[in-house]
Design a protein around this ligand. Structure first.
Ligand code: PSU
Ligand code: MN
Length: 310
């Protein structure tokens, strides 16, 4: 085991007896949602995983330790800002470890650490991707490169339109990352269940996905898989409303000249403000839904793996 990793007792026990585990990120708590909904959501998402009979493992860096599975107190201190965590992707890990710093892990930071802990399933809201205007800014999320390397499958609600979604899909294809629609033939657009982007692969059951994951890694094809799970219809937003909010937020970010790691958190917060909190409500609902699905897949994956290996 990596000497910088700190597994919680519960996660350690679960790994020992091959219980299904679902990794969860912490940037969504610290830079993706406001206090106190961020803490409430973090706890509800962990609960969603437990309800399915799997173990949640929220990941963050505290005092330079790579924590897999957080205590209630650690979650609260991340959520209320008292730990002052930076948004941590792959590039930030060496400094945080060397200087005993605190970091909230993005999708990239989380799946990198999950892989080192031996966790194969991860749930979040949305992944980072190729930003609009990337041909000028070169702003491409480290999430995409990490998905190309780390052997972890991500359940998300597709990609939101703060990104250039077609370019994001091209990037994933180039890197050999399968994008599977879960009960969907189109890529979900985060706040809405559909986009106009057809997917070449889809699956209707957790078992189908588990078999695909097993096959991928048994073939020696390293890297991740994106499982695109549409927001449940009752929580979906009106497309014209959310599109207008996103356009407005992007316009403002350009006027302010925002770039780098601060851009995504700014856009998420502004879209929530502009929609009067509706986008936050949708965001919370879809993350919980993703946690349920990831836990069901994790259970099937463990079953598949044990069957194949005994
Ligand atoms: N997209 C969302 N919600 C989020 C994020 C992305 O809908 O909270 C967060 C995730 O942690 C993701 C990160 O890994 O933003 C991507 O940031 P960047 O674009 O700076 O790579
Ligand atoms: Mn970026």
């Amino acid at each position: 085991m990596n000497p910088y990793l700190d597994l919680s007792e519960e996660v350690n026990d679960a790994l020992r007896v091959s219980m299904p585990i679902v990794a969860l990120e912490s940037t969504i708590i610290t830079h993706g949602m406001p206090w106190p909904q961020n803490l409430e959501t973090a706890l509800e998402v962990e609960n969603a995983v437990r309800e399915e009979g799997a173990i949640p493992a929220t990941i963050a860096i505290i005092g330079g330790r790579l924590k897999v599975g957080l205590s209630h107190d650690e979650l609260r201190r991340l959520a209320d800002g008292s730990l002052h965590p930076i948004k941590a992707s792959r590039r930030d890990l060496p400094m945080l470890v060397a200087q005993h710093g605190n970091g909230a892990t993005t999708v990239s930071g989380t799946i990198l650490i999950a892989e080192r802990a031996g966790i194969r399933l991860f749930a979040t809201g949305g992944i980072g991707g190729v930003h609009r205007g990337a041909e000028k800014t070169w702003d491409v999320s480290a999430d995409l490169e990490e998905l190309a390397h780390s052997n972890v499958a991500v359940v998300c609600a597709g990609a939101k339109a703060i990104l250039d979604v077609p370019k994001t899909m091209e990037y994933l294809e180039t890197k050999g990352v399968p994008v599977i629609g879960f009960g969907a033939s189109e890529l979900p657009a985060f706040y809405t269940p559909q986009s106009d982007i057809k997917l070449s692969q889809h699956a209707d059951t957790p078992q189908e996905i588990a078999l695909l994951l097993y096959a991928k890694w048994a073939l020696g094809l390293s890297g991740g898989v994106v499982i695109a799970n549409p927001i449940p219809a009752q929580y979906a937003m009106e497309r014209s409303v959310i599109d207008a909010a996103i356009e407005k937020a992007i316009g403002e970010s350009e006027v302010k000249g925002l770039k780098g790691a601060e851009l995504t958190p700014y856009l998420l917060a502004r879209v929530a403000e502009i929609t009067g909190g509706d986008s936050l409500e949708a965001n919370i609902a879809l993350v919980k839904n993703n946690a349920h699905v990831a836990a069901r897949i994790a259970k099937e994956y463990e079953r598949t793996r044990l069957e194949a290996e005994t």
